[in-house]
Ligand binder design. Structure first.
Ligand code: NAD
Length: 311
């Protein structure tokens, strides 16, 4: 029996190849080749930067399994895939610690202006009035979306003595209470109360453009916004106005509507910290992602290519 063909767009951690090499033909390609190569693939592995559209799926007569090497599934037309009997999986637990740690890093970087001060000292500068920061202790952190990453951020931020509130209409109050977080029942309340707001929702029709000028205007003057979830949750034009008018003290973004954000006016601002979608880019998270999806693919091969095991 022929081994299944696993098409890997962009590559994954080497553990993935070690686990699956005996059971599958592993083919690594660049995203430009996807349309051409998808025709022969049984299993597809993609990262978040590859769009698996209805058109791509329709060009793949053999495709039975799509693995997202990472967390969000917003780059895959899941409804269409599942209608065609294609199983879709991801590894949402794998990057949780890494994204939460980055979020905390960005919060501290904003509070203490670390990136600007680094540039300042390297260009010969030293302390001045603007170099004074703020402490996290006693400040209110508002978390939008108290899921896997939101909870982890809340637990870490509590250790700094921050007061944590959260807005998430889909979880029970008890979940928040268990970790000492106050759940608020509407987003505007959270925005008005918080010194720092951190976004951890999935990108859905409901959360797209969730934070626009109206929401930004409800935030405290001088407050900070952190987004490590998905770029399209925040209206970047509105954010640019809130930052350039100094309504907000600062913002830190790991994710953008368009990645990379080559034409974004945000690139010109000094009160925004930008990172290149590296929330899950740690050795540990990448390894956990590789092992998780390889395990799921292996089970799928075992169930569907049974003869490979009896030969
Ligand atoms: P999760 O599904 O565990 O949690 C999301 C939470 O958001 C859930 O509790 C859900 O109830 C809540 N939610 C959904 N809609 C909401 C709404 N309208 N208002 C308020 N809350 C709402 O997801 P997660 O694993 O914690 O991931 C959170 C985000 O982080 C996702 O967007 C994911 O794609 C992103 N992410 C980013 C990176 C990165 O590299 N920056 C890496 C991994 C995940």
């Amino acid at each position: 029996m022929e081994k299944p063909i696993v098409l890997i767009v962009g590559g994954v951690d080497e553990e993935f190849y070690e686990i699956l090499k005996p059971y599958a033909e592993l083919k690594e390609i660049l995203s430009e080749k996807l349309t051409e190569e998808i025709k022969n693939a049984d299993i597809l592995v993609v990262r978040g930067d590859v769009k698996v559209t209805r058109e791509i799926i329709d060009q793949a007569p053999r495709l039975r399994f799509i693995a997202r090497a990472g967390s969000g599934l917003d780059n895959i037309d899941i409804v269409h895939a599942e209608q065609k009997g294609i199983k879709v999986i991801n590894a949402p637990d794998a990057p949780v610690d890494s994204v939460a740690e980055l979020t905390i890093g960005l919060i501290i970087s904003l509070a203490r202006k670390i990136p600007s001060l680094d540039r300042h000292v390297k260009s010969g500068g030293w302390r001045g009035t603007w170099t004074t920061g703020v402490e996290l202790k006693g400040k209110v952190l508002g978390i939008i979306g108290l899921g896997r990453i939101g909870v982890r951020v809340a637990v870490m931020a509590k250790t700094f003595g921050m007061q944590i509130i959260a807005y998430d209409p889909y979880i029970p109050k008890t979940k928040a209470e268990q970790i000492g977080v106050e759940l608020v029942d509407d987003l505007s309340k959270l925005l008005k109360m918080s010194d720092f707001v951190s976004i951890h929702v999935p990108l859905t029709d409901e959360t797209r453009n969730m934070i626009k000028s109206e929401e930004l205007s409800l935030m405290k003057r001088g407050a900070y916004l952190v987004n490590t979830s998905r770029g399209a949750v925040v209206d970047e034009k509105a954010l640019y106005i809130a930052l350039s008018s100094r309504w907000l003290g600062g913002a830190a973004l790991d994710v953008f509507t368009e990645e990379p954000p080559s034409n974004s006016p945000l690139l010109k601002l000094d009160n925004v910290i930008l990172t290149p979608h590296i929330g899950g880019s740690t050795l540990e998270a990448q390894r956990k992602i590789a092992i998780t999806i390889a395990g799921e693919i292996l089970s799928f091969i075992r169930e569907n290519w049974t003869e490979l095991y009896t030969e």
